[in-house]
Design a binder for this molecule. Structure first.
Ligand code: ACO
Length: 429
């Protein structure tokens, strides 16, 4: 028998279906509540709203669990590459040899940008933020692949997905080179995904960048750890845009804009700026912790807290270890890592953070690795966006495949003026 929840409003009882997910998550389906009762539900910030059913990523925020298509993030981080993980997220299964080869070949075949698209970079001022360029250029890409904007059969989707996933790193590297007044470096088909990106970022026309395997692996891992995270702000944005049946490039461009914000992907930049400030001011972190607890200070401990995790973010654990390993291999010390560890230790023993269940999130240590790799701070959020692309693509596909899917269109409780009438300008005071 189907389970129902009962809701009583003004003496009338409404039966609402209960929906259960494959991991036992439970929801009350209120989709017909307004029709039945005239009431909607109100959930500012959607903290308690399931906007969809999805088979891509599972998170248990209380226990600190993250799985892509059922596979724990820890196993993927140890054994898989970003490209293999991207395949898993997009197609729902780990690829066999032939599938992985075909996917990798498609990425290689689509790594170049249309030469005319390249000219669009010239229109941006030298200090343009790379996230603005990334979003604009992903959107502009749809002008160059118009054949792919029609009905979404499997072949078209495969090509769209490969184009976007491959070209995003070329666009990102070109955006960086443009922002620094450097000549663009074309991709090399012999390199794998992440190595090719580093080559486009750091090679010079007269000298190839030396690809250290540890650095390639560290960045590949960062991409992998960011590859999906269920209905976060940017993914929900991508789904929202896709629900209007906009194309994949337009939907992903919107995702880039959403992830840019400092409370979302932009936090990785903010963490480093915070650590640099603390370092410059000679604080051991304790003054900052005091300020972060005081709402009037306007400060937050960036890289801490998460809407879903009320436990240590499992990605932060992996990144912290990777951070230690990479700095050891490169024989580098970073004073910001010491400050970060002190802040973490202080916060994890402080009642303010304990009571609110605030733990390090994925952004807390990722910036320190990126600094060690040589990625400039303004490109940190771009790295996040490249990594998140498989998740956006997979979520886009779920929307497009949705049986009878409706356009996303939340309601609101109106709090503005009641009926007013137009007054001519001389009647207004
Ligand atoms: N430092 C200090 N206090 C914090 C922090 C923080 N980093 N995060 C939350 N709090 C406090 C809030 O002020 C609030 O206090 P109150 O109950 O006394 O009012 C309480 O903890 C609960 O926080 P919420 O605001 O309800 O948390 P919410 O789920 O809305 O926000 C968010 C989550 C945006 C991540 C928040 O924790 C934050 O701003 N963190 C810093 C920015 C950051 O690291 N963002 C990256 C998130 S991960 C990602 O996007 C990849």
């Amino acid at each position: 028998m189907n389970k129902v929840a009962k809701l009583e409003i003004e003496g009338k009882v409404y039966e609402l279906p209960i929906v259960e997910g494959s991991e036992g998550e439970k929801a009350v389906d209120i989709s017909h509540l307004r029709q039945q009762s005239g009431y909607i539900t109100l959930d500012d910030g959607y903290g308690n709203t399931g906007s969809c059913k999805s088979a891509i990523t599972f998170i248990d925020g209380e226990k600190g669990i993250l799985r892509y298509r059922g596979i724990p993030i820890e196993e993927l981080a140890e054994k898989a590459s970003f490209v293999e993980t991207a395949y898993l997220i997009i197609y729902g299964k780990l690829p066999d040899h032939a599938e992985l080869q075909r996917f990798s070949d498609l990425l290689t075949q689509n790594e170049m940008l249309h030469e005319d698209l390249k000219f669009h970079f010239e229109g941006f001022p030298p200090n343009a933020h790379p996230m603005a360029i990334l979003s604009a250029m992903i959107n502009a890409s749809s002008c160059f692949h118009q054949r792919l904007l029609g009905p979404l059969d499997d072949e078209t989707f495969e090509l769209q997905a490969a184009r976007l996933l491959s070209k995003v790193r070329t666009i990102a590297a070109f955006a960086y080179r443009k922002s620094r007044g450097l000549p663009t470096i074309y991709p090399k088909p012999v390199y794998k995904y992440t190595a090719n990106f580093l080559h486009m970022m750091f090679s010079q026309p007269f000298q190839d960048y030396e690809l250290k395997p540890e650095i390639v692996r560290a960045l590949d891992l960062i991409f992998l750890l960011h590859a999906d995270h269920e209905q976060n702000c940017s993914t929900a944005t991508v789904r929202m845009i896709a629900s209007s049946k906009a194309n994949l490039f337009a939907s992903a461009a919107g995702g880039v804009c959403a992830i840019w914000g400092p409370l979302h992907g932009g936090a990785n930049m903010e963490v480093i700026q915070m650590l640099e400030d603390i370092h410059r001011e000679g604080d051991d972190g304790s003054r900052f912790i005091t300020a972060a607890k005081d709402k009037a200070s306007g400060k937050k401990l960036m890289g801490f807290g998460h809407r879903v995790y009320r436990h240590y973010d499992p990605r932060a654990k992996i990144i912290k270890k990777q951070c230690d390993d990479l700095l050891a291999v490169l024989k580098r010390a970073d004073p910001l890592l010491d400050i970060a560890k002190k802040l973490e230790d202080a916060a994890l023993h402080d009642s303010y953070f304990i009571e609110r269940k605030l733990y390090p999130n994925v952004d807390f240590y990722s910036g320190i690795i990126m600094r060690a790799i040589g990625i400039p701070i303004e490109m940190f959020t771009v790295m996040f966006a490249i990594g998140r692309m498989p998740g956006w693509i997979a979520n886009y596909k779920e929307i497009m495949d949705g049986q009878g899917a409706r356009i996303y269109r939340p309601r609101q409780i109106y709090t503005g003026p009641t009926l007013q009438h137009y007054r001519t300008i001389s009647e207004r005071r």
